[in-house]
Design a protein around this ligand. Structure first.
Ligand code: UN1
Length: 512
């Protein structure tokens, strides 16, 4: 059996058999319980990680606080230089890190490398942005006065990320945080701790080479208790949370309780509407990649296809054919399209959802199930499946993080848009059509209610240049591109009087 060079990549990334899971800058320590990271690709133990205790957390925050005081005084374009060098380092480590993402998380090597590419891209974006943290100037109503606004850093930004994008989501948050003058504390998913340690090693190298303070970038591997400590900590000005709607609801409430800021990236239930005017070749490719890419474990994965009745059978038949050609297996083998789910819990949830769907009346055009045999010995490989359902089924209203695609039939576009919007989540959406009227209606205020709405591309694979996030139970947060940096800073309005008198606003006279 080949190990796809994974041992070498682990070595290059500075991962050993036993690792400490807490780091402020370059120094590592930890005094909590032991965590084991198994690969869902082959079921093998990759390495062990000592996790953080409550005291370790406190130590990290003290270091971060001290670092912030100095870091905020460095001019933003100079902080951009740190991010530029980080982007260069990521280019050096791209192959190793992409491979580790694939091995520890289970997404295809192509997608692992794509994730590292997103990290590089957000670095480039942030470097340019570091000279463009613009505010407005306003005309004062008083003579001899000037008004303007400026943006200041927030302090410590806490990042809680999910297993499905174990490296990219952290980088979206750090690249913006750093140019904005914040320091960051990262609590990665317990399911992908080694990806986090690898990233921390890479940024530590850059910090060291620039003689920058430890504590600009910290990382804490730990369980939900460490997560709660971070969420409830007044020292954390902004909590950027990616994960389930269930946990996000608690995070949002607790951060708001202490008047902290939060960015919530929660569940999606993304649909593609395929109209009678769609290019069906494109529609099928977009739908299949959206549904089975990352084994259906992206927030933006395509969960529902809302198909016009006149093309429904045709689309269904083509999908069945396409699913018949999917190669499922070790994601490090580039011949395979689909890798494993993250762990056996995820498999159980997938099987459970299929059962629920059948109970509610769903019929399967492509059957699901667990794959068995030598190639699938980790017990995490499942068959991507397709069910014909009603949108109102409870299971269809729910996000299952697995490759289950639901087909729904419609008659009018208004009905299709209503179906697309009639779920609790609001992340990503798409329409396949060559008809301008259909496309524009879908994009109008009477159309999709999601944070992302696409025409003639699928629901997943958003570029970093746009604002990423969604409405309703997706949490309302935005990350990555556009003017999202403003979430990472505090706005201050300044009025300056350069006369010798003190006129009041609103024409108020106050003579002594
Ligand atoms: C996520 O699934 O958490 O749109 C993020 C995409 C990626 C980001 C997904 N750029 O598929």
């Amino acid at each position: 059996t080949t190990d796809y060079g994974i041992e070498k990549s682990l070595e290059n990334l500075g991962i050993s058999q036993q690792n400490n899971g807490v780091s402020s800058g370059g120094s590592y320590f930890a005094s909590g319980d032991m965590l084991e990271s198994y690969s869902p690709t082959d079921g093998k133990l990759i390495a062990e990680i000592k996790t953080a205790s409550a005291e370790d957390y406190t130590k990290v925050i003290e270091t971060a606080k001290a670092a912030y005081k100095e870091f905020r005084m460095i001019p933003s374009p100079k902080r951009g230089e740190l991010v530029r060098q980080f982007g260069l380092k990521l280019r050096e480590y791209k192959d190793d890190l992409g491979k580790l993402v694939s091995y520890e998380m289970g997404k295809s090597l192509q997608e692992g490398l794509g994730e590292v590419q997103e990290m590089i891209d957000i670095c480039d974006f942030a470097v340019g942005l570091s000279r463009q943290l613009h505010g407005y100037t306003m005309h004062s109503e008083r003579p001899g006065h000037r008004m303007y606004e400026q943006y200041h850093p927030l302090g410590i930004v806490g990042i809680i990320s999910a297993f499905n994008f174990p490296v990219a989501v952290w980088s979206w948050n750090t690249a913006l945080s750093w140019i904005c003058g914040n320091v960051t504390v990262w609590k990665p998913s317990e399911k992908t701790p080694l990806c986090a340690i690898a990233c921390q090693n890479i940024i530590s190298e850059v910090l060291r080479e620039n003689n920058l303070l430890e504590g600009i970038s910290s990382m804490i591997v730990g369980d939900h208790k460490i997560g709660e400590q971070l969420v409830n900590d007044k020292n954390i000005a902004l909590v950027s949370f990616t994960g389930s709607t269930r946990v996000g609801r608690i995070v949002g409430k607790n951060v708001a309780e202490r008047f902290g800021k939060s960015i919530l990236e929660l569940g999606g239930n993304n649909a593609i509407i395929i109209t009678e005017n769609a290019d069906l070749d494109m529609s099928v490719i977009g739908a299949v990649f959206g549904a089975v890419g990352t084994a259906g474990q992206r927030c933006t994965s395509t969960r529902r296809l809302i198909i016009h009745e006149s093309v429904y059978d045709e689309v269904k038949n083509r999908l069945v054919k396409a699913y018949g050609q999917l190669k499922i297996g070790n994601p490090l083998d580039e011949n395979n399209h689909v890798g494993p789910l993250i762990d056996k819990d995820a498999v159980a949830q997938y099987l459970n959802s299929i059962e629920k769907c059948k109970k509610e009346g769903g019929t399967f055009a492509v059957e699901g199930g667990l794959l068995e045999g030598e190639d699938y010995s980790s017990g995490c490989y499942v068959k991507p499946c397709i069910a014909e359902v009603e949108n109102s089924y409870e299971i269809v209203q729910h996000e299952t993080f697995a490759p289950i695609l639901y087909l729904i039939k419609y008659k009018t576009l208004d009905e299709a848009i209503a179906l697309q919007n009639d779920v609790p989540q609001g992340l990503s959406s798409a329409i396949m059509t060559q008809n301008l009227r259909e496309a524009e209606l879908f994009l109008s205020q009477a159309g999709s209610d999601c944070g992302i709405a696409n025409v003639n591309i699928g629901t997943s694979g958003a570029e970093i240049g746009g604002a990423f996030g969604g409405e309703k139970e997706t949490g309302g947060g935005r990350e990555s591109g556009s003017d999202v940096w403003k979430y990472y800073m505090r706005r201050q309005t300044n009025t300056i009087n350069y006369t010798t008198s003190l006129p009041l606003a609103q024409g108020i006279k106050f003579d002594l």
